[in-house]
Design a protein around this ligand. Structure first.
Ligand SMILES: [Zn+2]
Length: 165
């Protein structure tokens, strides 16, 4: 059991020159399971409403304005730190929510059918903690390589800017 912690330390030390430790979330290596009370303690009320209750943030809010200004970097789950999206795949769909045409790591996002609101949509959740992120829409005609839009609540994401673009 000694090898794993040593490996993690080695990893962190290598990255710490470019990223202050507190800014880069530690990525979980196993499924993250917490009680509602634990999540409530860790998350802001808005994050809890989105991530744990499937809520949707107000369109064209401050989070979206911030998103449009952000430069190169990565987007992590605000609940568990898992890498979800990259600025390389973001585009402005002008829909009022952060949009990406691809996830940073396909295995980190989970897609499932959502039958709420009287229609079938595809819900996007964090594969590691199960947190609700948003929905995915296909074939909307955006000029992106996938013609697929991950429409994500900015409140569910933690942005980590890349220091050396
Ligand atoms: Zn997560």
């Amino acid at each position: 059991m000694l090898a794993a912690p040593l490996l993690l330390l080695a990893c962190s030390a290598k990255n710490s020159r470019q990223h202050p430790m507190e800014d880069v979330p530690t990525e979980p290596t196993t499924q993250v399971v917490k009680t509602a009370a634990e999540w409530r303690q860790q998350l802001t009320p808005e994050q809890y409403r989105i991530l744990r209750e499937g809520g949707t943030e107000r369109a064209h809010g401050k989070v979206y304005e911030d998103f449009k200004q952000q430069g190169p970097g990565t987007y992590h789950c605000a609940a568990c730190g898992t890498l979800l999206f990259s600025s390389a795949h973001k585009f402005d769909a002008d829909c009022g929510w952060p949009s990406f045409y691809d996830p940073a790591k396909a295995q980190n996002v989970k897609l499932s059918k959502d039958y709420s609101l009287g229609s079938v949509r595809t819900e996007v959740t964090c594969a590691v903690c199960g947190g609700h992120l948003g929905h995915v829409f296909d074939g909307e005609g955006f000029n992106t390589p996938t013609d697929r839009r991950y429409c994500i609540n900015g409140g569910a994401l933690k942005f980590v800017p890349r220091d050396n673009p």
